[in-house]
Design a protein around this ligand. Structure first.
Ligand code: ACO
Length: 330
């Protein structure tokens, strides 16, 4: 199969991570857990926690400013801002609009994409479609997550998994054969209750009963989510590779969603990609939902793991359930 011609490329990236590090040792003092359990089951050693006064928009704006500076563009040039977040600052208006205001990017259309941990792949795919259809020249794609705000800090089954962080990418029409070669997005809403926040929207508004039950915070059936994640990320890897006319052997770097070391290893094994070609930072940040791939991409670029022409496979899975993948030529 002839390789598809990329229509849209990532020009630059940026990330913002809070300074505060929450270690497994500290979690041992908060809930009935141990560093050994968390490390063995997840690979996570520490995660970052944003200060109370900083919200998702501000976190994302910090990451975006770095990406914009590296691309050499100013706020007025941005046509579209797509924010992926599972932790919006508020339900109305979109976090993307707050972020737009912080950047002063008032020539842009700004909106949120709600696809949980698959958000960065969804947001990139949406931006790609808009630019390819001629609805703008430059898009800003941002994943920003303050997971610490929606975690139940008394639930050891979930609170050890998540962390805060943001990543951003400047995206524009490809002129040099670099860019997105394929993408695949999918969801299955019949499984929503395996990973969700049952209350807090219009159907079950927050009241005293909700607060008592902590139904506005994350609830998860960990084992079922684990199995679905492994299955779906394998399918996603297959689909993006197929659509790009590639196999795992052609891939120079796999950037999987960083939820759990065992899921990462299973995805790499399935796609036939050796671990030395897999970017892993889950031990330092935990699961930052949609921000994991955006942050990992930025770190991988900084560490020189991408060379011109490198082929990158990104694969994610999250609440919804949602899953997706993307192949790009760097
Ligand atoms: N510390 C110590 N013990 C714990 C902890 C903890 N933090 N959490 C659960 N346990 C206990 C359980 O109570 C249970 O005890 P029991 O046997 O006495 O009943 C035991 O450990 C085993 O629990 P399981 O949930 O069956 O453990 P499992 O091996 O499935 O690991 C985990 C749990 C790590 C959550 C795993 O299921 C997982 O990673 N699932 C995917 C979840 C995920 O990544 N979600 C994020 C969103 S989706 C995504 O990003 C892919």
């Amino acid at each position: 199969m002839k390789a598809p011609k990329p229509l849209v490329e990532i020009v630059s990236t940026g990330r913002w991570l809070p300074e505060r590090v929450l270690t497994n040792a500290e979690l041992e003092r908060m809930v009935d857990t141990s560093d050994a359990w968390i490390t063995e089951r997840t690979g996570i050693k520490e995660r970052r926690i944003a200060p109370p006064e900083i919200g998702a928009a501000e976190m994302g704006a910090q990451a975006a400013k770095i990406a914009m500076c590296r691309a050499g563009i100013h706020a007025g040039e941005i046509d579209v801002i797509v924010v992926a977040t599972a932790t919006p600052d508020r339900l109305l208006p979109a976090t993307a609009c707050d972020l737009q205001a912080l950047l002063g990017a008032t020539n842009a259309a700004a909106f949120d994409v709600s696809a949980a941990c698959t958000g960065f792949i969804y947001a990139l795919t949406v931006a790609e479609g808009l630019l390819a259809a001629g609805r703008g020249e430059i898009a800003l794609v941002i994943s920003t997550e303050k997971m610490s705000g929606i975690v139940d800090w008394t639930d050891r089954a979930t609170c050890v998994l998540f962390g805060d962080g943001a990543g951003a990418a400047v995206v524009r029409k490809s002129t040099n054969n670099r860019g997105i070669l394929s993408s695949f997005i999918r969801s299955d809403g019949t499984l929503a209750e395996l990973l969700w926040r049952p209350a807090g929207g219009v159907k079950v508004p927050v009241d005293y009963a909700v607060l008592d039950e902590k139904a506005h915070l994350i609830k998860m059936a960990g084992r079922e989510v684990f199995k679905a994640a492994v299955r779906s990320m394998a399918e996603a890897a297959d689909q993006a590779l197929l659509r790009a006319g590639l196999t795992g052997e052609d891939i120079d770097l796999l950037i999987p969603h960083q939820a759990n070391m065992r899921i990462i290893e299973a995805t790499a094994r399935y796609a036939n990609i050796p671990m030395e070609k897999v970017y892993v930072n889950v031990e330092r940040y935990g699961n930052m939902s949609s921000a994991t791939i955006a942050v990992a991409l930025d770190e991988a670029i900084e560490e020189g793991r991408l060379k011109p022409g490198s082929k990158v496979l990104m694969v994610a899975f999250g609440a919804g359930f949602t899953w997706g993948s993307l192949v790009l030529r760097w």
